[in-house]
Design a protein around this ligand. Structure first.
Ligand code: 5GP
Length: 208
């Protein structure tokens, strides 16, 4: 798995989706449990020619997840090997110390060759990516309708109270970055928020 991740792109780009301009890198951030993956799934099923870029992580797979979506799941040793090889644009240890990283060769290829990509990334990673590719990144922030709703969602997904508390502790820090985002979507209703995300993706992607 890791040998392939090191040698190959993690996205199977189709030449029909190639643009004459540079590629756009949509980065979706927001507190854990806010429903980023559900919204991304909704939007990706409704737009043409925008590719989901899976991050690589050491966290364990949750029900409903598969190898490659929403992540490539690797061991800690494998991830650390990839860090040494320079495989990541950026990487972070989040929550319980699990690693998350974005695959540098795939991003460089997409942006240089006119492919539009979208990924989910924490606020610190997004800040780094905006600095590195200022002209290519469209940052989008997803917020919960209120904090109680977020707590309920996190409790539904995660049973360990200590882990819920740790994730909630990150929320304030993440909300502090909201002003740096070009678009903010309130995830109050999947259809409504999903349509808003589709509109934003299309608004940029359809430009020449
Ligand atoms: P979860 O474990 O809930 O899927 O994700 C935890 C956090 O990791 C989320 O805030 C998500 O946005 C972030 N994340 C996922 N992939 C990456 C990545 O490649 N880089 C960074 N910096 N954060 C990531």
């Amino acid at each position: 798995m890791v040998r392939e991740l090191l040698k190959e792109l993690v996205v199977n780009f189709q030449s029909k989706d190639k643009r004459t301009r540079k590629g756009i890198f949509f980065v979706v951030s927001g507190p854990s449990g806010v429903g980023k993956n559900t919204l991304l799934n909704y939007a990706l099923g409704r737009v043409e020619g925008i590719y989901y870029l899976p991050s690589i992580t050491t966290r364990s797979m949750r029900p409903g997840e598969v190898q490659g979506f929403p992540y490539f799941f690797v061991s800690k040793a494998e991830f650390e090997g990839m860090i040494t090889q320079g495989a990541f644009l950026e990487w972070k240890q989040i929550h319980t110390g699990d690693y998350y990283g974005t695959h540098l060769p795939t991003i460089v290829y997409a942006l240089e060759n006119g492919y539009d990509i979208v990924t989910d990334m924490d606020v610190l990673g997004c800040a780094e990516v905006m600095e590195r590719f200022p002209g290519n990144v469209v940052p989008i922030f997803i917020v919960p309708p209120n904090m109680e709703a977020l707590r309920r969602r996190l409790a539904g997904r995660e049973k360990d109270p200590a882990l819920i508390a740790r994730r909630m502790a990150r929320v304030d820090m993440e909300m502090g970055f909201i002003d740096r985002y070009r678009h903010v979507i309130v995830n109050d209703d999947l259809e409504r928020a999903g349509k808003e995300l589709v509109r934003i993706l299309e608004q940029y992607s359809q430009r020449d």
